[in-house]
Design a protein around this ligand. Structure first.
Ligand code: HEC
Length: 150
């Protein structure tokens, strides 16, 4: 009885291991793709963002959070501690931007574009304790800025 239980556990563990290794293979493939395109979705909790028309109440919430948590390092038009952020929504996918906000350390370790930015700016962007909703609001703020430019 005990023995079968152990056997089942071992089998399950092996099964999990095999899943894990195929996952890393897929990740490797993604990485190769990322090197070729301008930006992919990055690495982090955000897998898909659905964009609609610009939501003004989200924009003002995003602006508020941005001014509170990001302006210590970012300006819109000039290089500061970090890169200037005007035009960011034209350069990167919405998912990438949100993953950068929510998961900057892993991004700078594993995402080819973020890695390059760290090499250039030589300061680690750190997580600013931003919720997913706040990150989404910041994205909306960036969208509104980039929309103005047209
Ligand atoms: C401690 C300074 C610091 C803070 C605070 C900070 N960042 Fe950054 N950010 C950086 C640096 C430096 C980089 C470049 C990557 C690196 O070196 O880590 C960067 C990169 C980025 C990028 C990618 C830029 C590009 O050209 O692709 C985005 C987007 C971004 N930050 C958004 C934010 C937002 C939004 C906030 C506020 C929630 C924020 N950052 C807070 C320093 C900071």
């Amino acid at each position: 009885m005990m023995k079968t239980k152990i056997m089942i556990n071992v089998a399950f563990f092996l099964f999990l291991l095999s899943c894990q290794s195929s996952k890393t293979e897929i990740k490797e493939e993604n990485k190769q793709v990322q090197n070729e395109v301008v930006s992919d979705i990055g690495i982090g909790p955000i897998k898909e963002v659905k964009l609609g028309p610009i939501d003004q109440s989200l924009v003002s919430k995003g602006k508020e959070v941005f001014e509170m948590k990001c302006t210590a390092c970012h300006k819109l038009d000039e290089r500061f501690v970090g890169p200037p952020l005007r035009g960011i929504t034209k350069k990167r996918k919405p998912e990438w931007i949100m993953n950068m906000i929510l998961n900057p350390v892993e991004m700078t370790q594993k995402d080819p574009i973020a890695k390059q930015l760290l090499a250039e700016y030589l300061t680690q962007m750190t997580f600013q304790n931003v919720s997913q909703e706040e990150a989404r609001a910041i994205l909306e703020y960036f969208r509104s800025i980039d929309e103005e430019q047209k």
